[in-house]
Ligand binder design. Structure first.
Ligand code: FAD
Ligand code: MLT
Ligand code: ZN
Length: 446
C-alpha cells in the first residue's frame, strides 16, 4: 500500500522510518505500544477517503489518531495497521451564529484561542488542551472540568463530517439546533472511538464568554463531606462552573513532582476545587456559600488570575505527576453520587487484596460521580487489580468508563456494565457501518 498512499498524500506524509513513527506508536501513558505499517498524514477529507479506499482494497487495517493523548490505548496500533493521523486537518472557519466549523486535527487550545478572541468560549476544557484534537475529543466524547455547566463533547456538536469505512463521506453540517429526521448519526459518532468512521470536520456550538472568575480550594473533614457540599454549591451558585476533588496521596505526588507548596498549614482528608464564572464578579457569592458549607475545615480563595492558576495546578497536575512516579493503571469510573464515598472507602482494601503494596491515587469530577482511579506499583498484576476495581464499580451500579472510553484497555470488562442486548446492538451498528472491521480493530468490542 505504501506507493499508493504516497501518491495520495505525498512521500513526506507517509512515515515508514521507525524513528519517525515512534511517537505515534506509544500512547501518552507509555502502557500501550505497537508497530504501525506506516503513519499517513492526510490534509483533506478527500485524502482521508482515498487513504481508506487504498487500505480497504489491500486488506490493511486502519488505526485512527488525533493528538495521541487518549488514556485507554484506543489510538495506537496493536501491530501492522496503517495509522491515519488527522493532525494536519487544522482549518478553523469563521464564527457565525455562535457556531464554528473546525477540522478534526484542530487542538482544543487553538479552538479556545479562536473563541476567546471573538468573545466566546468552548464548553469542554481539559488539561491535555495543548495536544488533544477536536476529532479525538468527539471520538471519546471527552468530558473534563466543565461538564456540570456545559455538558460533554456530544453536547457541543451541531454537525459532523466523517469518512466511513467504504470511503463514502457522511456529512451533516448545516448546524441545525433541532433536527428530527430519524437516527442521530452525529451523536452516534460521538464516543465511537474511531470504530465507525474517521471524523474529518465538526460544527461546534460556542458559549458566550464569561470574563469574571472566582476560584476556591476547600479542605473537608471527609469524602462524605465533599459529596454533601454539592447540593449547597449547586443550589447557591448559579455561576458554578467546576467542582473537582482530590485526596492527600494525589496532592503529595503533585507537590513532589510539580514542586508546589502545601495549600494549607495542615493535611486534610479531602479537597474540593470550586470555580465560578459570570458576567459580574462571583467572589462574594462564592465566599458566602462556602462559609456555610457543612464539613468544611479550611478554605483559600484566589482573587487574581495567577492565584487562580496556582489553585488549579493542584488539580490539573495530577495526571503528569502520577506518570512522573511510574506507569499507572488508569481507571476512570462513574458511581451514583450516593455511593461515591462508599466506593472510595472500599476500593483501597480491594486493591490491596488484589496486589499488596499497590498505591491508589484518586481524584476527579465529583459533580458527575466520576472518579479517576490511578494505581501505581502493580507489577504484573494489571488485570487482577483492574478486575477488583471494576467488579466493585459494577456491584455499585456504576460505569467502568466515565469519559476516557473503552479503547483496548477496558474491552474485557465492558460486559460488567453493558448488557448482552446493548453489546449486540453495538456490534450490529459496527457491522453495518464497517462490515470488514477496517477501522480501529480491537477497540471497544474487541
Ligand atoms: P487520540 O488519543 O489520538 O485518540 C483517542 C481515540 O479517538 C482513539 O480511539 C482514536 O482512534 C480516536 N480518534 C482520534 N481522532 C479521531 C478522528 N478524527 N476520528 C475518529 N476517531 C478518532 N479526557 C477527558 O475526557 N477528560 C479529561 O479531563 C481529560 N484530561 C486529560 C488530561 C491529560 C493530561 C491527558 C494526557 C489526557 C486527558 N484526557 C481527558 C484524555 C484525552 O485527552 C481525551 O480522551 C481526548 O479526547 C483525546 O483526544 P486526542 O486527539 O488526543 O485523541
Ligand atoms: C483528568 O480529569 O485530569 C483526566 O481525565 C486525566 C486522568 O484521568 O489522568
Ligand atoms: Zn477527567
Amino acid at each position: 500500500v505504501i506507493p499508493d498512499l504516497q501518491a495520495i498524500v505525498g512521500d513526506e506524509h507517509v512515515l515508514v522510518d521507525p524513528d519517525l513513527k515512534a511517537s505515534y506508536e506509544t500512547d501518552w501513558t507509555g502502557r500501550f505500544t505497537g508497530t504501525a505499517l506506516a503513519v499517513v498524514r492526510p490534509r483533506t477529507t478527500e485524502e482521508v477517503a482515498a487513504v481508506l479506499l487504498v487500505c480497504a482494497s489491500a486488506g490493511a487495517k486502519v488505526m485512527v489518531q488525533g493528538g495521541n493523548t487518549g488514556l485507554v490505548g484506543g489510538g495506537v496500533p496493536a501491530g501492522g495497521e496503517v495509522l491515519v493521523s488527522l493532525a494536519r486537518l487544522t482549518d478553523i472557519g469563521p464564527i457565525e451564529a455562535g457556531q464554528v466549523t473546525v477540522g478534526a486535527g484542530v487542538t482544543l487550545a487553538a479552538l479556545q484561542a479562536k473563541a476567546l478572541a471573538e468573545g466566546f468560549d468552548f464548553g469542554v476544557d481539559l488539561a491535555a488542551r495543548d495536544s488533544c484534537t477536536i476529532g479525538g475529543m468527539i471520538a471519546t466524547n471527552a468530558g473534563g472540568i466543565r461538564v456540570l455547566r456545559y455538558g460533554s463533547m456530544r453536547r457541543q456538536l451541531v454537525g459532523i463530517e466523517a469518512v466511513l469505512a467504504d470511503g463514502s463521506v457522511l456529512s451533516r453540517m448545516p448546524g441545525l439546533d433541532k433536527d428530527g429526521t430519524g437516527y442521530d448519526l452525529v451523536g452516534l459518532l460521538a464516543g465511537s472511538e474511531g470504530t465507525l468512521g474517521v471524523i474529518t470536520q465538526a460544527r461546534l456550538r460556542l458559549w458566550p464568554r464569561l470574563t469574571q472568575r472566582a476560584v476556591a480550594l476547600l479542605a473537608a473533614e471527609s469524602v462524605e463531606a465533599i459529596v454533601e457540599m454539592l447540593p449547597a454549591l449547586r443550589g447557591g451558585l448559579p455561576s458554578l462552573a467546576a467542582v473537582e476533588f482530590f485526596l492527600p496521596p494525589g496532592l503529595g505526588l503533585v507537590r513532589k513532582h510539580a514542586g508546589l507548596p502545601a495549600p494549607f498549614s495542615a493535611e486534610h482528608p479531602a479537597y474540593l476545587l470550586v470555580e465560578c464564572t459570570d458576567r459580574v464578579d462571583p467572589l462574594d457569592q462564592l465566599a458566602a456559600v462556602v462559609e456555610e458549607l457543612p464539613g468544611l475545615v479550611d478554605a483559600t480563595v484566589a482573587t487574581d488570575a495567577a492565584g487562580q492558576r496556582a489553585l488549579w495546578g493542584y488539580r490539573e497536575k495530577h495526571t503528569e505527576s502520577i506518570s512522573a512516579e511510574g506507569v499507572p493503571i488508569k481507571l476512570d469510573v462513574s458511581l451514583p453520587l450516593t455511593l461515591l464515598a462508599s466506593f472510595i472507602a472500599q476500593v483501597g482494601p480491594k486493591i490491596e487484596a488484589a496486589c499488596p503494596g499497590a498505591r491508589p491515587i484518586m481524584f476527579g469530577h465529583v459533580n458527575e460521580g466520576n472518579v479517576h482511579v490511578n494505581i501505581l506499583d502493580t507489577g504484573s498484576l494489571h488485570d487482577e487489580v483492574t478486575d477488583a476495581v471494576l467488579q466493585l464499580v459494577a456491584s455499585l451500579d456504576g460505569s467502568i468508563s466515565s469519559e476516557h472510553g473503552v479503547g483496548r484497555a477496558k474491552v474485557p470488562w465492558l460486559g460488567l456494565t453493558r448488557s448482552p442486548v446493548e453489546i449486540a446492538a453495538m456490534r450490529a451498528v459496527k457491522n453495518a457501518l464497517d462490515p470488514t472491521g477496517l477501522l480501529n480493530p480491537g477497540v471497544i468490542l474487541g
